[in-house]
Design a protein around this ligand. Structure first.
Ligand code: NAP
Ligand code: MG
Length: 500
């Protein structure tokens, strides 16, 4: 007997009936793109075309910016009482909860993510995230300066009028929540460009935001391609900030767009090649393996904090690997609508080819392909099962490049110093996991790992209260989550009073 909330057949029926939003959302209206162009979006789990989505370009971006600016200047959102914005955003969170199943089905349909995660993680966490940022609205104070009795400096945070959010496809709803939560909370007007593979849940959120009472023009969604909609956002003089999550390569482009135009604030959350460091005193290796496998394979490894490198003390590597392989067998890969599956399809043919290419590179580079999982019943989509390479050395391509697929590279080391050196031997620095039972080693080594988040004796990104972002080429300019996320979308203004 399964304790799943829905059966496979129920999910499949809902997926074929769910309404599939396909128009852009600008100025409070669903609309075609100005050019009338569309692009196809597919279900990567069976390669079927599921909708033709409005393909926005420079004209639509310009329209959305004008509408956003007009509404900002009217003050209806930017100047309303904080309580009012809080109430509207909390209502949006409630509407996400109300439509939880529809949103989860839509997310799975378009992304190939397992319905189980969409229902239990992506949708509810998006609602809680928006609620958390709404709750902060009337709890954060501005500051006054320690300038003595003869003067008073007041430091106020003012919303940047028009901000843009450029999203990846791996967590379409959650990344949307991480960014629109704080941006709408501070009073900015927000333009969202979802990834071209995953537009529909963002469009659905636009409808819910309108229903919740977000005024027209404050929240727009412009589906489209990176080279058209994305670039036009990057180059627009009316946009004061861009918050981006995606590849480091495209992140660099946004810095160039900013440099070449209006120096818009640019915040980047980019790739990772994150280490899971298991020291000789890690303790219960079965428990460590559970974390390491989750860290490597969750979301099919399409996760910027995926722990794709398992760095382990040589004398216990074989034992840990046995546990890792045993645990990996539990991570069933197959039809995303089957609620028993923990893993679904990769996002696209391009990503499938890329991941298969890295698996070939691993073999040709001399690593030992020690485990390849099985793929369950599926309808011919872009499935890759969990894959584990042993005897990987730090210089190998599969130890250096972000694969963004379910591929784990196991690297053996002789001591703590080598573990730290290998862990840091990457151009990225997003997340690291560290396993040791020694509290002193845990503290000292956590401080020496070059990563925005280090989790000790678990794989974790922290929670909504902790900042998220990368060191080195994993990030730039700011943090998502936590109270620091608001800073992405505000200017600090000094108002100076001479009291002498
Ligand atoms: P990407 O190209 O970096 O896409 C991220 C966002 O930027 C998408 O909305 C994309 O639009 C847009 N974009 C693409 N080219 C652009 C351009 N020239 N100007 C302005 N915007 C542009 O990521 P991807 O193609 O989805 O995936 C490629 C690789 O990036 C993955 O294999 C993975 O290694 C990495 N990645 C990392 C993360 C992360 O969370 N760190 C997330 C996704 C991907 P389109 O959707 O139209 O391309
Ligand atoms: Mg792309």
């Amino acid at each position: 007997m399964s304790d799943n909330e829905f059966t496979y057949n129920e999910i499949a029926a809902m997926a074929s009936a769910v309404s599939r939003p396909s128009q852009a959302f600008i100025g409070g209206q669903f609309t075609n793109s100005a050019s009338g162009k569309t692009f196809e979006t597919i279900n990567p789990a069976d390669r079927s075309v599921i909708a033709n989505i409005a393909s926005c370009d420079a004209a639509d971006v310009d329209l959305a910016v004008r509408s956003a600016r007009h509404t900002f200047d009217s003050g209806v959102w930017s100047q309303c009482h904080p309580n009012e914005r809080k109430a509207v955003l909390k209502r949006l969170a409630q509407l996400i909860d109300r439509d939880r199943v529809d949103l989860a089905v839509l997310e799975s349909l378009e992304s190939g993510k397992p319905i189980r995660d969409c229902l239990n993680i992506d949708v509810p966490e998006t609602a809680r995230c928006i609620e958390w940022f709404a709750e902060g609205i009337d709890k954060i104070y501005d500051q006054s300066s320690p300038s003595g009795g003869q003067a008073l400096g007041i430091i106020v945070r003012e919303p940047i009028p028009v901000v843009a959010v450029v999203l990846p496809w791996n967590f379409p709803l959650m990344m949307l929540g991480w960014k629109i939560g704080p941006a709408l909370a501070v009073g900015s007007s927000v333009i969202v460009k979802p990834a071209e593979q995953t537009s529909m849940t963002a469009l659905r959120i636009a409808a819910l935001a309108a229903e919740a009472g977000v005024p027209d023009g404050v929240f727009s969604v412009l589906p489209g391609l990176g080279e058209t909609a994305g670039q036009s956002i990057g180059m627009h003089h009316g946009i004061g900030a861009v918050s981006f999550t995606g590849s480091t390569e495209v992140g660099r482009m946004f810095l160039r767009y900013s440099a070449d135009t209006n120096l818009k604030r640019t915040v980047l959350e980019c790739g990772g090649k994150n280490p899971c460091v298991v020291l000789s005193d890690a303790g219960d290796l079965e428990a460590v393996a559970r974390h390491a496998v989750n860290a490597a394979f969750w979301n099919m490894g399409q996760n910027c904090t995926a722990n794709s490198r398992l760095i382990v003390s040589r004398n216990m590597k074989d034992e840990l690997l046995e546990h890792v392989i045993a645990e990996t067998r539990n991570w069933t890969t197959g039809n995303p609508y089957d609620p028993d599956n923990l893993l679904g399809s990769l996002i696209s043919e391009e990503q499938y080819d890329k991941v298969r290419g890295y698996i070939r590179t691993g073999i040709e580079g001399g690593a030992t392909l020690t485990f390849e999982g099985a793929i369950g019943a599926n309808a011919g989509g872009y499935f890759v099962a969990p894959t584990i390479f042993d005897n990987v050395t730090p210089d190998m391509v599969i130890a250096q490049e972000e694969i963004f697929g379910p591929v784990m590279a196991v690297i053996s080391v002789d001591d703590d110093e080598e573990a730290i050196r290998v862990a840091n031997d990457t151009s990225y620095g997003l997340q690291a996991s560290l396993f040791t039972r020694d509290v002193t080693r845990a503290h000292t080594i956590a401080r020496r790992l070059q990563a925005g988040t280090v989790s000790v004796n678990s794989y974790s990104e922290g929670d909504i209260t902790t900042p998220f972002g990368g060191f080195k080429q994993s990030g730039f300019g700011g943090r998502d989550k936590s109270i620091y996320a608001y800073d992405q979308y505000v200017e600090k203004k000094t108002v100076w009073f001479d009291l002498s």
